[in-house]
Design a protein around this ligand. Structure first.
Ligand code: F6R
Length: 365
């Protein structure tokens, strides 16, 4: 049942603090991320030269966050490939490559085929799957389950954030076993990760603020979502979410790339959603926001609560995200973006859980 919510999507968004905790907590031992119970040997994480994620849709977007995390914290080379393109672009994988397949259902045919290709080419394989015993889990050498529970709404929410939780754990463990983090830093990382459920809950408690802000895009034909770095990665997912449940055309853009063409499309009729959570790009991001505002765009701003705004700028809406260490801001910001898409769909009176033309499990190539 929907637990008193009008749609499964809302129920599943609201379940996130609990299922994220259930995904993280059993995998922290002595304060350090640990996959002993998943039977993942440290050698798997230590001996690879490269990581390659294969996935589709939302799961691929989770992979992009994983890429940013592993690249910056573990300093390992990592690619993220669309599973449907992987085999046809002669992707290079070998015995030194750890291929990670990410899939909620564990049955997506493109991801399964990509995994088989990886195995044929000698790669080590690990999958991050939600449905126990699914084909992708069975086909890979190692599996880590997300403890999201059944996801019924077609639009993925809690599966995505639990995939992210696993990617944080992997980042922490890899940094530790590869000697980049000592035990102290690994514990510090895990402590911040353990705060995620409570911080996400704070965003969910304030969902009516997001419901109010969502009115700013209700009647839009086109929406742009802009951000840099991790903010851009999560906006790709936020944009997909808005498209699939509200049928509004939306594009996520790396803010710095706008001026290379797309800014021509920004007018007073294209609301812009901007996410600003990363200290190192904060000031550049705000100048990109000023550029779209000067073209007349109304901007909905999701920003880390500690940032200060110039006086005199007007906003279509502001949501202040509870602060965490920068690399963890993905979690509260993603919850806010899910709610934004949800409320637009709800207020348009659409069938939120069953968007037209979409299936929950995609078993055709
Ligand atoms: C979007 C969505 C899809 C899936 C994609 C992969 O909300 O759910 O983009 O993420 O079809 O599905 P899984 O994760 O089952 O492999």
């Amino acid at each position: 049942s929907k637990g008193g919510y009008p749609f499964y999507m809302e129920k599943e968004i609201m379940e996130q603090p609990e299922v994220i905790a259930e995904t993280i907590e059993p995998r922290i031992k002595d304060g350090i991320p640990d996959f002993a119970e998943d039977e993942i040997p440290d050698s798997l994480l230590k001996d690879c030269d490269r990581v390659c994620v294969v996935a589709c849709g939302t799961a691929m977007h989770a992979g992009l966050v994983g890429k940013a995390l592993l690249q910056s914290l573990v300093r390992i080379h990592i690619d993220v490939e669309l599973a449907s393109e992987f085999m046809y672009t002669d992707t290079i994988v070998d015995e030194k490559t750890l291929v990670i397949a990410i899939s909620q259902s564990g049955e997506t045919i493109d991801t399964l085929e990509a995994l088989k290709y990886a195995k044929r080419n000698g790669a080590k394989t690990l999958s991050i799957v939600n449905v126990r015993g699914a084909s992708i889990a069975r086909e890979s050498e190692y599996v880590i389950y997300t403890n999201a529970g059944p996801e019924i709404a077609v639009a993925s929410t809690k599966a995505y954030t639990t995939q992210l939780a696993v990617l944080y754990l992997l980042t922490g463990r890899m940094a530790y076993v590869r000697g980049i983090y000592d035990a102290g830093r690994a514990r510090e990382f895990a402590r911040e990760l353990l705060r995620v459920p409570q911080v996400v809950a704070q965003v969910l408690d304030r969902r009516e603020e997001i419901h109010y802000i969502a009115r700013g895009i209700l009647n839009a034909k086109d929406v742009f979502m802009i951000g840099r770095g991790l903010d851009h990665s999560i906006l790709l997912e936020g944009s997909l979410k808005l498209k699939e449940v509200s049928y509004i055309h939306s594009e996520a853009y790396a803010s710095g790339e706008l001026k290379h063409g797309t800014i021509a499309l920004i007018t007073e009729d294209t609301p812009v959603v901007a996410v600003v959570t990363q200290d190192k790009v904060q000031s550049k991001e705000f100048s990109n926001i000023r550029e779209v505002q000067s073209r007349g765009a109304e901007v909905i701003l999701l920003m880390k609560e500690t940032y200060t705004l110039d006086k005199g700028t007007s906003w279509a809406g502001i949501f202040k995200l509870p602060a965490m260490r920068d690399e963890f801001m993905v979690m509260p910001a993603s919850a806010a973006l899910q709610l934004l898409a949800y409320y637009v769909s709800l207020d348009k009176g659409l069938d939120v859980d069953k968007p037209r033309n979409l299936a929950k499990v995609v078993t055709v190539e």
